[in-house]
Design a protein around this ligand. Structure first.
Ligand code: GDP
Ligand code: IMO
Ligand code: MG
Length: 428
């Protein structure tokens, strides 16, 4: 059995939570492999709405096991809040939620460092979600971090104190920020008790054992490929590998275990935070996309920047991830548009090009567009691909042809049920 992967091909918020929640019914295990509470994955079903940050999006499917993998960074306080939401909605998860002992912990001081680092950057700030992600991964790679398994050790408090002192020293050299460490520490240590009460496992053994038992596993990405630490629009990126390769290191599985890679893209494009965005619309068209798509961050509430779909960008992330199927989300957001555009290539350094430059931050690229007639009708009652308006089918066929990967899912609304399957019979 293989591990199938779902990940975002743009700058995040492509609708990963919705698609994972839909597909989870066909899997035995859903596993998060990177990122942390910077993620906000929205799920809507039976008139209910949930936003998950750390918990995998398979949690609402009875009987399905959800693993928070070693590549994830966990803030116990955020996790506790998420679990309280599940408790109050009456969902049983305790027997089905596993946490890798090798996942790293976000300390309160990691969040302060995030805020102080951003303040120090001034106008150049990343636009971080300020959840402590960067400083926590820095401590991981700097070999100073604390891991979930460490909370079971007698010397945990001492190790916490040592790391906290180091952080307080670093904070002295950065712009001052307001914080109440005593209060936050109290909450954090309280939340550690919740974490301690969960099933803490050797995730790599668990997942490989599931594989050898023939179980079906779905790896759920967070963020998007353009926020990848190596291949994204550096330095305006997150601090983990968001691409398929991150599944191997973030769960402890071999590359040959990777099966289908489902890449998700919106029918247009968004970005939240700073950094280059070649097809951004800073006009009333961009405003309209934001309004129609309700494009406000699931984690921070910030307005998302909006623009047209960008084919050179998508071809790049399809290549990096080895995408075998495409899911197109939020096509309904385009319902009211008379004209829809897609960037087909860029012009920079004197030539038309399909490739991204080394540094999108340093090389201004000029996108060229192809235009399409809109369909100007609701898609709400359409459940078969063939019933889509001709203009919508035309737009989707164009994307499929230019991107060279079959579209297997088209999402027409935020609800779990608003999904059209295409090429049914494809391996999902
Ligand atoms: P994720 O981070 O990739 O899981 O995406 P988010 O949850 O942050 O953002 C996607 C937003 O779009 C959420 O509010 C979803 O409820 C919503 N959404 C997902 N799919 C669709 C769709 O096909 N149409 C519309 N209109 N909204 C969608
Ligand atoms: P999901 O999983 C959209 C962006 C932030 C910022 C940059 C670095 O919901 O798609 P960080 O907090 O990681 O230091 O922020 O990355 N970012 C996201 N944008 N969706 C996300 O997650 C994101 N997670 C981080 O806005 O620009
Ligand atoms: Mg999101």
């Amino acid at each position: 059995m293989a591990i199938d992967v779902i990940l975002g091909l743009q700058w995040g918020d492509e609708g990963k939570g919705k698609i994972v929640d839909y597909l989870a019914k066909s899997y035995d295990v859903v596993a998060r492999f990177q990122g942390g509470p910077n993620a906000g994955h929205t799920l809507k079903f039976d008139g209910k709405k949930f936003v998950l940050h750390t918990v995998p999006s398979g949690i609402f499917r009875a009987g399905l096991i959800n693993l928070i993998g070693n590549g994830v960074v966990i803030d116990p306080t955020t996790l506790k809040k998420e679990l309280e939401n599940l408790d109050s909605a009456g969902f049983e998860y305790r027997s089905r939620l596993l946490v890798s002992k090798k996942a790293h912990l976000i300390l309160p001081t990691h969040r302060y460092l995030d805020a102080a680092n951003e303040a120090a950057k001034g106008k150049e700030k990343i636009g971080s979600t300020l959840k402590g992600i960067g400083p926590t991964y820095m401590d991981k790679t700097g070999r100073n971090g604390l891991r979930v398994g460490d909370i079971l050790l007698d010397e945990f408090q001492q190790r916490y104190n040592n790391l906290k002192q180091k952080h307080l020293g670093l904070l002295e050299a950065l712009p001052a920020i307001d914080f109440d460490l005593e209060k936050e520490e109290k909450n954090w240590f309280g939340a550690l008790e919740t974490l301690r009460s969960l099933k803490l496992v050797d995730g790599e053994y668990f997942i490989n054992d599931q594989l050898s038992q023939g179980k079906k596993i779905l790896a759920e990405g967070a963020q998007g490929s353009m926020l990848d630490i190596d291949f994204g629009t550096y330095p305006y990126v997150t601090s983990s590998n968001t691409v398929t390769a991150g599944v191997c290191s973030g769960l402890g599985v071999a590359p040959r275990t990777i099966g289908e890679v489902i890449g998700i893209t919106k029918a247009y494009c968004t970005r939240v935070g700073s950094g280059p965005f070649p097809t951004e619309l800073e006009d009333e068209m961009g405003e309209l996309l934001r309004k129609e798509g309700a494009e406000f961050g699931s984690t921070t509430g910030r307005p998302r920047r909006c623009g047209w779909i960008d084919l050179p960008q998508l071809r790049y992330t399809i290549m990096l991830n080895g995408v075998t199927q495409l899911a197109i989300t939020k096509i309904d957001v385009l319902n009211i548009f008379k004209e829809i555009k897609a960037a087909t290539h860029y012009f920079y350094e004197g030539k038309n090009r399909m490739e991204l430059p080394y540094d999108l931050c340093g090389v201004p690229v000029k996108p060229f567009y192809e235009s399409f007639d809109g369909w100007q009708q609701s898609l709400a009652d359409i459940h078969e691909f063939d019933e889509l308006p001709a203009a919508a089918k035309g737009y989707l066929s164009f994307l499929e042809e230019k991107l060279g990967v079959p579209i297997t899912m088209v999402s027409t609304g935020p609800e779990r049920s608003s999904l059209i399957l295409k090429n049914v019979g494809a391996e999902v």
